[in-house]
Design a protein around this ligand. Structure first.
Ligand SMILES: *Cc1c(COP(=O)(O)O)cnc(C)c1O
Ligand code: SF4
Length: 413
């Protein structure tokens, strides 16, 4: 087809793949698989733009792009812990569609339409209601709550996908929020730049820019999603003065590998998108097969922190069941502690003693009681400042520098 069609999001939407019969034209399916998928799609619908489909490797049933988007028979296998609303979002809802869980920020549900239906979605429960957008009065009720609740400084518009709202409605929401003085920022959580980047049109950019307080939270999960087309769409958003932060969901078979995650974080930062969160996969009915252990997430974080730019290291969070909110988890960097010092370790395994500031009233440990100690206790005792693992590349480099002639510094005349 001509480029102008491919680059037109309306063409992409008109030609999106929504039925198993259409899917068969793109990927091989046995008759049994076909029947299984029809059973799944009776419960959980799907939709792929031709653009997204072009990223799928049709010959690989375990392709990470495919796993996220093409229905799987596993969606109907229920486990003991999968829940429709594992985060109890409905419990913390003062007005329908609005979740007020944290002191100064609210989550606003705007539509359940998405540019793709991710198989791992936390809001899968909403899909059975069919496509809908919040009506103007429903949006007004949420915005009125925000307007009369001074504590709210940060509004997160989610869904579904707020960038799938009609432009008139999106503009209306952003303009009303712009006019509420205590609202300092508005975040739009969206997968449009990833799955339907053609929809980032000049008209949409204009709406985001006019919204003044807008930030966009993108959602890329695999390095192959960060295509030149997606990166270009993100750059257009950045040019409108809208900062970009990314969410990633940790998923079995998709990105549960430290080097895949590292590559994703590098591609994001190379496109000026700041990795914000890696989410542990929620306990969602119909998406259990994507879950990894928390240990996998910690292992990944160990491969990121220190090994690459701090800006490329997101926070790994577990969204607590029962409405506890997001809880950050990371490898342990605190090795030990006494009243005088902390023993911390860095990513290389180097352990250092960090002195506490002196407390005038603290009784100092008497020197004569001290006996020689070994290992970590030696750092605690103050006898040694650090413990350094052998064979660190950094120390090999230092040795090389020491051998090289030092340049002579000539002061300016
Ligand atoms: C994630 C979330 C927020 C925002 O959390 P941040 O840590 O500020 O990004 C707010 N409300 C709800 C209900 C959330 O799930
Ligand atoms: S874009 Fe977000 S809300 Fe929509 S299906 Fe994917 S994860 Fe769920």
């Amino acid at each position: 087809m001509p480029d102008h069609e491919w680059n037109d999001f309306k063409w992409q939407m008109r030609n999106s793949i929504k039925t198993v019969d259409q899917l068969k034209l793109h990927i091989p399916l046995t008759p049994t698989e076909e029947q299984r998928l029809k059973n799944v799609t009776d419960v959980y619908h799907f939709m792929l733009s031709p653009y997204w489909m072009s990223l799928v490797n049709p010959d690989d049933p375990n392709d990470p792009i495919r796993l996220q988007s093409i229905p799987s028979g596993k969606e109907l296998e229920v486990t003991s812990y999968g829940e429709a609303d594992s985060l109890d979002e409905k419990e913390d809802s003062p007005v329908p569609g609005l979740t007020h869980r944290y002191p100064n920020r609210v989550l606003m549900y705007t539509t359940n339409v998405c540019s793709m239906y991710c198989r791992f979605c936390t809001r899968k429960r909403e899909w059975i209601d069919g496509d809908f957008q919040m009506t103007r009065p429903q949006l007004d009720a949420m915005i009125d709550y925000i307007a009369r609740t001074d504590a709210v400084r940060d509004v997160i518009c989610s869904g579904g996908d707020p960038l799938m709202l009609s432009p008139v409605k999106l503009d209306y929401v952003l303009q009303r929020l712009k006019d509420i003085p205590h609202v300092q920022m508005v975040r739009l959580g969206t997968r449009v730049p990833t799955t339907l980047p053609q929809k980032i049109t000049p008209e949409l950019i204009d709406i985001l820019e006019r919204g003044k307080k807008v930030w966009v939270q993108t959602h890329f999960n695999h390095p192959r999603e960060v295509t030149p087309t997606a990166a270009e769409a993100c750059l257009k958003i950045l040019r409108a003065g809208v900062p970009l932060n990314n969410h990633t969901v940790l998923m079995r078979g998709v990105n549960d590998d430290p080097f895949v995650m590292l590559e994703l974080m590098h591609k994001l930062t190379a496109s000026k998108i700041r990795p914000y969160y890696i989410f542990h996969c929620d306990q969602i009915k119909g998406a259990e097969y994507f879950r990894t252990s928390i240990a996998k997430g910690l292992e990944i974080m160990e491969y990121l922190r220190g090994h690459t730019s701090g800006l490329a290291v997101p926070t790994y969070v577990v969204d607590a069941p029962g409405g506890g909110g997001k809880i950050p988890v990371m490898p342990n960097y605190i090795v030990s502690v006494s009243e005088e010092r902390w023993v911390l370790r860095n990513y290389e395994g180097m352990m250092v003693a960090v002195e506490e500031p002196p407390k005038p009233l603290r009784r100092l440990r008497r020197r004569r009681d001290r006996r020689p100690v070994e290992g970590v206790a030696r750092l605690l005792s103050g006898d040694q400042p650090s413990l350094i693992p052998e064979h660190l590349l950094r120390y090999t480099r230092r040795a090389q520098h020491a051998d090289a002639a030092q340049p002579t510094l000539v002061p300016h005349a």
